[in-house]
Ligand binder design. Structure first.
Ligand code: ADP
Length: 200
């Protein structure tokens, strides 16, 4: 079976940036968030079950999941969050497994934002790479990218694992407190190691 490496990190840490760099080097990248967006878009496989569970205020008839409405509901109501996850996670896992089986690179990278928080596929992953950076930088990059208020970003961060816990659980760390060149150099070294071990 192809080697699968998990890639995670807090919001705005640089997961997508690192995944793009690894993909450019030849890794097969599967992104759980992208799968989730597909499942919850109009006509997506999760839409009927989500409408049944949450009603048309959250999933308008013939429409896609209203992600902002769902996010605020899940944020304020742990039972709604658990229900959402029980619908979405099995479908994400199934589609991720399908994409990983079809991957053609020397190894695959599975990007999962809340990998530790949800215990996502931890058993199948050979190792977990964490993208890390100082919290201040994480806030400022996320604000710049999303236009969210810094307080909203901090509230999202507070609902995710704290930095120390993520670092403690990491098998490898990509340090993204520097520039893009520094991140790329680390991705090149990681890629060289993983590609060299492919098939061993
Ligand atoms: P994530 O996928 O973890 O949410 P992104 O990869 O989207 O994070 O990065 C968050 C933002 O920070 C993006 O706008 C990205 O372009 C920017 N970014 C990521 N790494 C760096 C870096 N080393 N230097 C400057 N900007 C960066």
């Amino acid at each position: 079976m192809k080697r699968v490496v998990g890639l995670t990190g807090g919001i705005g840490s640089g997961k997508s940036t690192a995944a793009d760099m690894l993909a450019a080097l030849g890794a097969s990248v599967v992104d759980a968030d992208e799968i989730s967006r597909g499942l919850t878009a109009a006509g997506g496989a999760a839409v009927p079950a989500l409408r049944e569970a949450f009603g048309e205020a959250i999933v308008p008839r013939e429409g896609a999941l209203d992600r902002a409405a769902m996010r605020s509901l899940a944020f304020s109501d742990p039972r709604a969050r658990a229900r959402l996850e029980s619908i979405l996670h099995p479908l994400i896992r199934e589609e991720a497994a399908r994409r990983l089986a079809a991957a053609t690179g020397p190894y695959a990278v599975l990007v999962v934002p809340l990998l530790f928080e949800t215990g996502f596929q931890a058993g199948r992953l050979e190792r977990v790479v964490v993208v890390d950076l100082p919290e201040e930088l994480q806030v400022s990059r996320t604000v710049e990218r999303s236009g969210l208020d810094p307080r909203e970003v901090r509230a999202i961060m507070a609902a995710q694992w704290p930095r120390w816990r993520r670092l403690q659980a990491a098998d490898e760390v990509l340090w993204n407190g520097g520039g893009l060149g520094e991140l790329r150099a680390q991705c090149e070294r990681l890629h060289a190691r993983l590609a060299a071990r492919a098939g061993n």
